[in-house]
Ligand binder design. Structure first.
Ligand SMILES: [Mg+2]
Length: 263
C-alpha cells in the first residue's frame, strides 16, 4: 500500500486517478451507531446525527439471541428514518443457514440495501443459496484474507455486494485483481472498513459503490475526509492524500524511510 501511495505521489495524482477513477466521490454509510448492545433510542439518535452530517446510509447490527428482537429494532429504525434512507444490516456471521433464510424472508419488504455476513465467512455455498433464494442483496467477504477465497464467492455467485478489505486481502495489487473479477461478474463492491484507502479504490470501480464510515483510524492522520450529500469526496491530494498525525508519530516503535526521489 505504501508503494502504491508512493507511485501515485510520483505521478502527482490521487491514487483513485492513477487507477482510472470513474467518479470524484463515493456513497458513504455509517456503521458505528448501530451496535447490538446499543439501546434502540440511541441507535435512532445516532442514525439521525449521521444523516445530518451528510452520510447517505445507515447500517445496524443484527444477530440478537432472539431474532424477533432484531426484527423489532430494524422496524423501529426503518420507521424512524423513513422509506427513502438506504439501510443495511450486518449479522457478523451469527446465523446458521436456516436462521439466515428465515430472517431474509421476514425482511424482504423493508427494501434493505443488503444483508451482510449472514453466515460463516467461509460458507460460500450457503451464501450462494441465500443469494438465489432472496430478493434482498447479500454481502460478505470482509474476513477473507486472500484472493482465492474472494474469487470463490465470485465464482459461486455467492454475493451481490463483495466486501474485500484491502489490508486483509494483502494490499492494493491483490485488491485490484479481485475487483477486476467482480466487475467481470457484474457484482457490486462495497469494501470493508479503512475508508481512508477504500475511498480511492471504490472511486476506481466501474459501478458506483459504498464505503463504510468508521472514524476509528482518524487519530492516525492529519487530514479529514469530506462528506457531502451522502457521498465521501475523493481527496485531490497526491497518493492516498494522508499524512501521519503528530499523535501517530508518538506511537511509532520503529521507522524506515522510503525516498520519493528513487535514490
Ligand atoms: Mg461487517
Amino acid at each position: 500500500m505504501a508503494l502504491w501511495d508512493l507511485k501515485a505521489k510520483r505521478a502527482g495524482l490521487p491514487l483513485a486517478k492513477l487507477l482510472g477513477a470513474y467518479r470524484d466521490s463515493v456513497r458513504v454509510y455509517n456503521t458505528s451507531g448501530g451496535y447490538l448492545q446499543a439501546p434502540i433510542e440511541e441507535v435512532k439518535e445516532k442514525a439521525g446525527q449521521s444523516l445530518k452530517s451528510g452520510i447517505g446510509g445507515i447500517k445496524i447490527k443484527v444477530g440478537q439471541p432472539d431474532m424477533r428482537e432484531d426484527l423489532r429494532r430494524l422496524a423501529a429504525v426503518r420507521e424512524h428514518l423513513g422509506d427513502d434512507v438506504p439501510l443495511m444490516v450486518d449479522a457478523n456471521q451469527q446465523w446458521d443457514r436456516a436462521s439466515a433464510l428465515r430472517f431474509g424472508r421476514a425482511v424482504e419488504d423493508l427494501g434493505l440495501v443488503w444483508i451482510e455476513e449472514p453466515l460463516d465467512a467461509y460458507d460460500a455455498e450457503g451464501h450462494a443459496q441465500l443469494a438465489a433464494a432472496l430478493d434482498t442483496p447479500i454481502a460478505t467477504g470482509e474476513m477473507l484474507a486472500g484472493v482465492p477465497d474472494l474469487v470463490r464467492l465470485i465464482d459461486l455467485r455467492a454475493v451481490d455486494f463483495l466486501q474485500p478489505d484491502v489490508p486483509r486481502v494483502g494490499g492494493i495489487t491483490p485488491y485490484l485483481k479481485v475487483a477486476a473479477l467482480a466487475d467481470h461478474a457484474h457484482l457490486q463492491v462495497a469494501p470493508h472498513f479503512v475508508m481512508e484507502i477504500h475511498v480511492h479504490l471504490a472511486a476506481a470501480y466501474p459501478r458506483d459503490s459504498w464505503v463504510e464510515h468508521i472514524e476509528w483510524l482518524s487519530p492516525l492522520f492529519e487530514e479529514r475526509l469530506e462528506i457531502e450529500d451522502g457521498r465521501m469526496l475523493v481527496p485531490d491530494r497526491p497518493g492516498l492524500g494522508l499524512s501521519l498525525s503528530g499523535r501517530a508519530r508518538d506511537w511509532r516503535l520503529d521507522e524506515v524511510e522510503f525516498r520519493a526521489d528513487g535514490r
